[in-house]
Design a protein around this ligand. Sequence first.
Ligand code: ATP
Ligand code: MG
Length: 395
Amino acid sequence: MPLLLRSLELTRFRNLEHARLELAEGFTVLWGHNGAGKTNVLEALYLLATLRSFRTTDLSWLVQTEAPAASVTLQAYDEQVALPTTLQVQLARTGSGVRRSAHADGKLVRSAIDFYGRLRAVLFTPDDLAVLRESPSQRRQFLDRMLFARERAHIADVQDYERLVRSRNSVLRDESLTASTREPLLDAYESQLAQVGARIWSRRERLLDELAPGARASFAAIHGRPGVDPAQGAAAELGLSYAARLGTVAEPERAGALAARLRERRVVDRDRGATTVGPHRDDVLVRLDDRPVGEFASQGQTRAIVLALKLAELGLADQAGARPLLLLDDVGSELDPLRTAALFARLAEVSGQCVITTTAREFVRLPPSGEHRFWAVERGVVRATPGPAGPPAEP
Ligand SMILES: Nc1ncnc2c1ncn2[C@@H]1O[C@H](COP(=O)(O)OP(=O)(O)OP(=O)(O)O)[C@@H](O)[C@H]1O
Ligand SMILES: [Mg+2]
């Protein structure tokens, strides 16, 4: 459902007592000092998209200290039906936590699943850098989260898979079982694990194949193409591949190969008390010129790669007709002026509506064409200001 977002209103949301801001068709820039409330505004938009926060699982933190309730309201124009539409999330404190309720056009939407997806958003936060820097589980989660939004069946498969791994592990660890009871139990769990595991593996791999060309192109656009401008720093090619524990296996043979390997590993896995093969141990290899980024990439390169992955995600959702909102938190730090300019040029090319936070308004280099808005955020108060080219605004 393509939505054109018009305005956002916040009441008693974190440190924002009351704020109302119009959103630009192009870039909306929130600028101000550390701790001013910029990320809080992104968090409110993310809440409308997902009914969750990217900073906490306990939504009571989102309600202003001492306030009984908070609300976030979005006015938008639904291009499909050519009508204005309103989305609202209310958070009301209860004795133990907070009650969340979602409304569309003034009507309560009881099921989260019915609300979820009315507004699609792709978020970048500095925390996303962990996708490249930290453990394989972060990279698997990155793919799984995208798949959850695209294919409902993936959610159920991941839940089933995790449950089956736990069951297999508890059978392996159970010393009271004789071989004649243990082996048939393992046969049963492993054959299910292999079926579900093969589906998870194939979906992740296909998604990565779909993401790779867009990510490569965005990385090249932000960081520089090989052979172009070598004086501006090393240009490198981004490589993305799914690294299954089982190596390369054709799709139709995966369930069989997984089942066979699980059976082979029974003795080893019993010693370790864990299932050591399967998609819960897979990884995504991210390489620059064939070198692993974790060991090789600079800070700025790491940031450019993660941004490129986000833009590829945006591109896929866009193809599916969702036209997502892009939320970029603190996007600029660590990129040099050349890369910053290249990033904004790329964003202008590939993103629709985009909301950015920054501590330095000068840092933002927006294309001259397109409608942009700048909002200063200061101690929870949001007000309209000119962009960096306009007359200097009071801080
Ligand atoms: N529930 C709450 N009630 C009142 N204030 C809150 C609440 N939760 C957080 N805050 C305040 O919100 C502020 C943080 O806002 P936010 O994270 O949006 O800052 P920011 O402008 O993004 O800063 P930075 O540039 O450092 O990232 C902090 O000052 C914090 O004390
Ligand atoms: Mg912030």
